[in-house]
Design a binder for this molecule. Structure first.
Ligand SMILES: C[S@@+](CC[C@H](N)C(=O)[O-])C[C@H]1O[C@@H](n2cnc3c(N)ncnc32)[C@H](O)[C@@H]1O
Length: 248
């Protein structure tokens, strides 16, 4: 089984803040850690290094064309408590969701959709959806196609409707850990199991949504320091969390 490429688990999250007096190895995790210029530079150096070699165009195209197959394979390992997916382009992910006992067609509809398609064939009207939740979804998609997806999202949300976004941030541990030879494009990589991942900055997220007319409600970098106390390792996680509203 391949490594689960992301985690929504929030270990002891909340409000443990690291101060100069604290021993960093005293706890498993610290919230809202500050990054200084040196750390930022070191992270950029690692990214430069693991992005030096780009994959061949035909390999990049294969991952683009067959993306659903790779997510299908990944979805076999998805936990079945995965109750928030309504739309996915992995047939397997949708099948798994539909077999959970909580799945109730009267309250929720799950269906397969490739969100990069020009026209969405969906069982609801434009201007009708209250909330769209994008949790670790946009990072799985070719960044060149994201603007179109955000445009579609805008058209299906009702005026006043919200998008809730949480995804990988630039220089997250997962990005710095990539070895050379996995890079598809700037800040875009392919994992060993064939699934792809993009790492966002706050500004990119802002621009994606504001370009389509959304109003920003929140856009923050959630920076957590996770500590392996046994091996005295420090692991910096970065996620972007944002909320955008379609004007009334
Ligand atoms: C990292 S998983 C996140 C799943 C879920 N949101 C969660 O938080 O557990 C990314 C999901 O995006 C889906 N995905 C990737 N490309 C897509 C596309 N073009 N259209 C729709 N869904 C896509 C994958 O099938 C996969 O289920």
């Amino acid at each position: 089984m391949s490594e689960v490429p992301y985690s929504n688990k929030r270990p002891q999250f909340g409000n443990r803040f690291l101060t100069e007096e604290d021993n960093v190895f005293e706890h498993n995790a610290w919230d809202d850690v500050e990054w200084d210029e040196v750390q930022e530079k070191e992270a950029q150096n690692k990214v430069d290094k693991n992005s030096e070699v780009k994959l061949e165009t035909d390999v990049i195209e294969k991952y683009e064309k067959e993306a659903d197959k790779f997510w299908d394979a990944f979805s076999i390992f998805i936990r079945t408590d995965f109750s928030r997916i309504g739309i996915d382009f992995s047939t397997k992910a949708i099948d798994i969701l539909k077999t959970t006992k909580e799945y109730d067609e009267n309250r929720c509809k799950a269906f397969v959709l490739d969100a990069t398609q020009n026209n969405w064939d969906v069982p609801f009207e434009e201007n009708s959806i209250d909330i769209i939740v994008l949790i670790f979804v946009l990072s799985a998609i070719n960044p060149e196609k994201l603007q179109h997806i955000v445009k579609q999202i805008y058209s299906y949300l009702r005026p006043g409707g919200l998008v809730l976004f949480r995804d990988y941030g630039r220089y997250d541990l997962a990005q710095l850990r990539f070895k050379s030879g996995r890079c598809l494009g700037e800040n875009f990589y392919v994992r060993g199991d064939g699934t792809r991942v993009y790492f966002f900055t706050q500004d990119e997220v802002k621009s994606l949504f504001e370009k389509e007319g959304f109003e920003e409600v929140e856009n923050r970098a959630d920076r957590r320091l996770q500590v392996n106390r046994g091996r005295l390792l420090k692991m910096y996680r970065v996620w972007i969390q944002a909320k955008y509203k379609k004007p009334q």
